[in-house]
Design a protein around this ligand. Structure first.
Ligand code: SAH
Length: 251
């Protein structure tokens, strides 16, 4: 049988948020490749080989997966959430573009997953009901100045902003700096949500405002959402408020 490479999204964490197509792709694979904690989320199958790698070796991991597919193996590369959102799919296509000509003839496909912003939004209500954007705060793969430029543009455009990679030990001050910049443009009253470990056992959600937001509430498992000027809360007795952004903005 000829080889194949499928880049599979595992969703935000819970087993019941893995799609049927993702489960089928994982079950059909001879090899599972990915960052260790993600590979660990894939149910073990007899005869299937597992290749756990460090999170920073994306391109090497992609090349290794392509080499195995070229040898005739059925390889599944796994990512959390959706594999096309700040994840492995782009690394695979970059490796294909830069790599051996024969790799372009391989059977390569992408299986989507539920991205963290959608998982978080579903817990809150409908915060992404109108125009929104997603920005990674990580400066591992781009200059911090570019992050600030995009944050400013997103705030001026009054988008709801989903911030991925909002915090890490290597960059403790970045989220605070992002909040300061956004506050200058959006003001203190827009809702801010810290959505941590969504769909997992230790899920935590905190709803606050840009004026009050404390950057230390975010860790590596947190998606931070910043509302637009239209985003609002629907208060409820004895329960967390719903957060939504209306579908309609009158001119
Ligand atoms: N491809 C992934 C994103 C990878 S970047 C996706 O589509 O979701 C990693 C970042 O995603 C984390 O730093 C965090 O900001 C976010 N994230 C991933 N899983 C999450 C979860 N279960 N809850 C909240 N945020 C999550």
């Amino acid at each position: 049988m000829s080889g194949s490479l499928t880049i599979v999204g595992l969703g935000p964490g819970a087993a019941d948020q893995v799609t049927g197509a993702a489960s089928e792709a994982l079950a059909a694979a001879t090899d599972i490749v990915g960052y260790g904690p993600y590979v660990d989320r894939v149910p073990e199958r007899v005869g299937q080989q597992r290749h756990r790698t460090d999170n920073r070796e994306e391109i090497d991991r992609a090349r290794h997966a392509l080499e195995m597919a070229a040898e005739g193996r059925r390889v599944a590369v796994v990512s959390s959430g959706d594999p096309g959102v700040f994840a492995m799919a782009a690394a695979v296509f970059e490796a294909v573009e830069m790599g051996e000509a024969a790799w372009r003839a391989l059977d390569i496909s992408v299986v989507p997953g539920i991205s963290a912003m959608f998982a978080a939004a579903s817990r809150l209500g409908a915060p992404l009901g109108h125009d929104f954007c997603a920005i990674s705060l990580s400066d591992n793969l781009k200059p911090w100045d570019l992050v600030l430029k995009r944050l400013r543009a997103a705030a001026e455009g009054d988008f709801v902003i989903a911030l991925y990679n909002a915090a890490s030990k290597a960059r403790p001050h970045h989220l605070g700096e992002a909040f300061s910049l956004l506050r200058e443009i959006k003001g203190p009253d827009v809702p801010v949500i810290f959505a941590t470990a969504i769909s997992r056992a230790d899920e935590a959600i905190e709803i606050t405002t840009l004026g009050e937001a404390d950057a230390s509430r975010a860790d590596m498992r947190t998606l931070v959402m910043i509302g637009s000027s239209a985003t609002r809360l629907v208060e409820r007795p004895g329960a967390r408020p719903f957060v939504y952004t209306p579908r309609r903005i009158d001119g």
